[in-house]
Design a protein around this ligand. Structure first.
Ligand code: PAF
Length: 280
């Protein structure tokens, strides 16, 4: 496995890799969710490149940029284990060289939910994803459904800018009790982790109701709200939305998505599930 720190090292490494290339952009602190993206990329491409870059521009000033976990040696070992060919782990100035003055801003699917709670976050994501895709020029890039809104923003961006890459969304990986894997789960105390389970349980309860014929989106949102507040979680949003535009829906006649963001102590968690109504 090659590790590139600079754009020059990246270019040299890319020239040696057989195509097609699958890219897995990450911020490191790799867990089984990231590894499933890498395995998926491994199965569908001749080469796999994984990027590790804690992108400063997608964190708000009060957020956890400084304390975000950066276990690089462990990440490199895990990447090698799942068959990654190239890791690009650049310092900030390789991604944002002096004079860097461009931002990529996506409207549409980035406007609600995380877009409201974390203003500017998706501009940071869209800018770094565009930059990384242009540096790596992969045929495919893999993103987790765990960050469902991010996945839709990236799809919109790639379509609108006609970037020559196929975006592949991969299912959320969960602990056996349902908690969606996230690099930020390490911040949870054992008690907070127990409380946090209410989020995935609420989302899955909504999915079960939809599967047996519930169509009223507002009733489902109220039900999810009850679940998570009973567990002592603070709600940022719990919403039933169109799976592509992420606009709220009122009646579930077609597949939809339930999205949730909650706070437990100082930790903020997001999760989502597909809502699939029964056939008519
Ligand atoms: O999902 C992430 O880890 C990040 O938002 C991404 C896509 C690597 C951009 O920094």
């Amino acid at each position: 496995m090659i590790v590139a720190r600079t754009r020059a090292e990246l270019e040299t490494a890319l020239a040696r890799l057989p195509r097609p290339l699958g890219a897995v952009p990450t911020m490191g602190a790799l867990h089984a969710g990231h590894l499933s993206l890498a395995r998926c990329a491994r199965a569908e491409n001749a080469s796999v490149a994984l990027t590790i870059f804690v992108n400063p521009t997608q964190f708000l000033p009060h957020e956890d940029f400084e304390r975000y976990p950066r276990p690089l040696a462990q990440d490199l070992a895990l990447a090698e284990e799942v068959g990654v060919d190239l890791v690009f782990a650049p310092p900030v100035e390789e991604v944002y060289p002096p004079g860097f003055a461009t931002t990529v801003s996506v409207a549409g699917p980035s406007q609600r939910w995380e877009g409201v709670c974390r203003p500017g976050h998706f501009t940071g994501v869209a800018t770094v994803v565009t930059r990384l895709l242009n540096l790596l020029r992969p045929e495919r890039a893999y993103f987790g459904e765990k960050d469902y809104q991010q996945l839709q923003v990236v799809r919109r961006l790639v379509s609108d800018l006609a970037l020559p890459v196929e975006i592949v969304g991969c299912p959320t990986v969960r602990d056996p009790d349902g908690l969606a894997l996230s690099s930020r789960n390490v911040y949870l105390s054992p008690e907070e982790r127990q409380q946090a389970l209410a989020l995935s349980r609420a989302l899955f309860t909504a999915a079960e109701r939809v599967a047996v014929g519930e169509r009223d989106a507002r009733a489902l949102e109220a039900l999810m709200h009850q679940h998570v507040t009973a567990a002592g979680l603070e709600v940022d949003y719990l919403a039933v939305v169109d799976p592509v535009s992420l606009e709220p829906v009122s009646e579930i006649r077609h597949p939809a998505r339930a999205l949730g963001a909650v706070r437990v102590g100082t930790v903020r968690l997001i999760d989502n599930v597909a809502l699939v109504p029964p056939p008519p």
